[in-house]
Write a protein that binds this ligand. Structure first.
Ligand SMILES: Nc1ncnc2c1ncn2[C@@H]1O[C@H](COP(=O)(O)OP(=O)(O)OP(=O)(O)O)[C@@H](O)[C@H]1O
Ligand SMILES: [Mg+2]
Length: 337
């Protein structure tokens, strides 16, 4: 187990900066999520923590000791790769035993450790199978077992669930959460799926364009993203131009209290679910111009006065295209940039 601290970590590949001044602290035994779009530098950050790559500048600190130039073997920080990277010609048992064998663990101890972990990942009956004979979820459990059997201080999971279908993904999330609770390693889960990050961790770091945008609770990130880049990555928001004066944001949807300095050119963020449609008289008359049903909600586009078109996410499915309706802003935080 380990506490991990990154101090002003930067990474360049050739002339390209892939990570810029990342500072971050992860607690011992924490389940931490690292969220960001494709190409933002997530895998690179994991590789720096695991010691597979050295930073161009900055420090990687484990338990208050500088590990920036310590070898990967000595860190006991293990990455489980997105494609599992199992050895195709070795059985499940041999895959899981591989690292122990390489580390010279005696046979009796090795067999007992592998059997214990096979039980934990519910694969005892598949121990003689080859990876090619397993389902995606089973392969993933072998990859997790192969990492966990080495008793890592830090387990780094790189998009571990992205190859799985929805049902299996949820059960693997539960499984990893339970395994982490039980073995108490520090865990960093990399994902580009915001809901997955929010559900799995109490603290989430979001990285966009090589920079850490915010490290916070899921709720704070969802409701109060600090930067426009982060808001754009989260998506599902309308932006309205306006101005900030005396702690109020003035825009086409009205006047909203905000925590921002005066500015003649500000943009306000209204999430799709912060707007509601109603047939009863409300503050803004509008017309439904588009509708798409998405199961648990329906997405509408609504045009209001002065030609503004807004997206609305509603649990009501009964408004129809062409209908005149009223639009209201639900009481909630409005963010301005
Ligand atoms: N070994 C390398 N040499 C040169 N450029 C690299 C190398 N590894 C990564 N990059 C570049 O660094 C940037 C970040 O890559 P990285 O793999 O960290 O992104 P990511 O956030 O993990 O993306 P994804 O979600 O698609 O996996 C990309 O522009 C990538 O092309
Ligand atoms: Mg990646």
């Amino acid at each position: 187990m380990a506490n991990i601290r990154l101090e002003d970590v930067s990474k360049f590949y050739g002339g390209q900066q892939v990570l810029a001044d990342v500072s971050l602290e992860i607690d011992d035994g924490e389940m931490f999520a690292l969220l960001g779009p494709s190409g933002s530098g997530k895998t690179t950050l994991l590789r720096l923590i695991a010691g597979l790559e050295a930073p161009s500048a900055g420090k990687v600190i484990f338990n208050n000791a500088d590990f920036t130039h310590v070898s990967a073997q000595r860190r006991k920080a293990i990455i489980v790769f997105q494609d599992y990277a199992l050895f195709p010609h070795l059985t499940v048992f041999q895959n899981i035993a591989f690292g122990l064998r390489a580390g010279g663990v005696p046979r009796v101890a090795l067999e007992s450790k592998v059997h214990d972990i096979l039980g934990l990942v519910h694969l005892k009956d598949r121990q003689h199978s080859l990876p090619g004979e397993l389902s995606g979820g089973q392969k993933q459990r072998v990859a997790l077992a192969r990492a966990c059997v080495l008793e890592p201080r830090v387990l780094l999971l790189d998009e571990p669930f992205s190859n799985l279908d929805t049902g299996l993904r949820q059960s693997m999330r539960d499984f990893v959460a339970a395994l982490q609770e039980r073995l108490r390693f520090t865990c960093i889960l990399v994902t580009h799926d915001k809901e997955e990050a929010f559900m799995m961790s109490r603290r989430v770091a979001v990285i966009v364009d090589s920079r850490l945008q915010q490290v916070d609770t899921p709720e704070a990130i969802f409701t109060r993203p600090l930067t426009k880049k982060l808001s754009d990555f989260l998506g599902e928001a309308n932006y309205l131009d306006g101005r900030v004066q005396g702690g109020n944001f003035y825009c086409a949807l009205g006047i909203f209290a905000v925590n921002a300095p005066d500015s003649a050119n500000a943009v306000g963020r209204f999430r799709w679910d912060q707007l509601a449609l109603t047939r009863e008289a409300g503050p803004h008359l509008g017309r439904v111009t588009g509708k798409s049903y998405a199961g648990k909600a329906t997405y509408y586009t609504v045009t209001i006065e002065r030609g503004h078109t807004l997206n609305v996410f509603s649990a009501r499915h009964d408004f129809f295209v062409g209908e005149e309706i009223f639009l209201e802003v639900l009481p909630s935080v409005v963010n301005v940039y």
